[in-house]
Design a protein around this ligand. Structure first.
Ligand SMILES: Cc1cc2nc3c(=O)[nH]c(=O)nc-3n(C[C@H](O)[C@H](O)[C@H](O)COP(=O)(O)O)c2cc1C
Length: 112
């Protein structure tokens, strides 16, 4: 579970330590999928794509913006942006005829 920090032209922002397991995994394979799930509503949004590292300045600003910021520095803290290649919207229905909209490569309305 991660906090979604922002969405802008760079992509969908998350932050973690480069030395964490997922930091090391992203360094080796810069791809990820984000899954937003609202179980009571039977709803899900899945975003998958390439991951890029944002600047050291942006990463430091994100570290400083934590609620209990104490002026400390964490050079390992890294802000990443997931650049979506595919987004899926999924809505469950009681009759099990679930609704699924997928946008991605190969579709008329594919994402960049
Ligand atoms: C509500 C919530 C928010 C979290 N937000 C983050 C986050 O923004 N960044 C982060 O690195 N870990 C966050 N965590 C912790 C991660 O879920 C995870 O346990 C941690 O990053 C270590 O994972 P790893 O060792 O597999 O990389 C959060 C956990 C919870 C419960």
């Amino acid at each position: 579970m991660l906090i979604l920090k922002d969405i802008d032209d760079d992509g969908w922002h998350i932050a973690t330590s480069r030395t964490s397991r997922k930091g090391r995994e992203l360094a080796a394979n810069p791809k990820a999928a984000l899954n937003f799930n609202w179980s009571l509503q039977g709803r899900q949004v899945r975003v998958a794509g390439r991951v890029v590292e944002l600047s050291a300045e942006a990463s430091a600003a994100d570290w400083d913006a934590r609620p209990a910021a104490d002026g400390s520095r964490n050079p390992d803290w890294q802000l990443y942006a997931i650049q979506p290649l595919e987004i899926e919207f999924w809505q469950a229905r009681h009759d099990r005829r679930h609704v699924r909209h997928r946008y991605g490569p190969g579709r008329e309305n594919g994402l960049r």
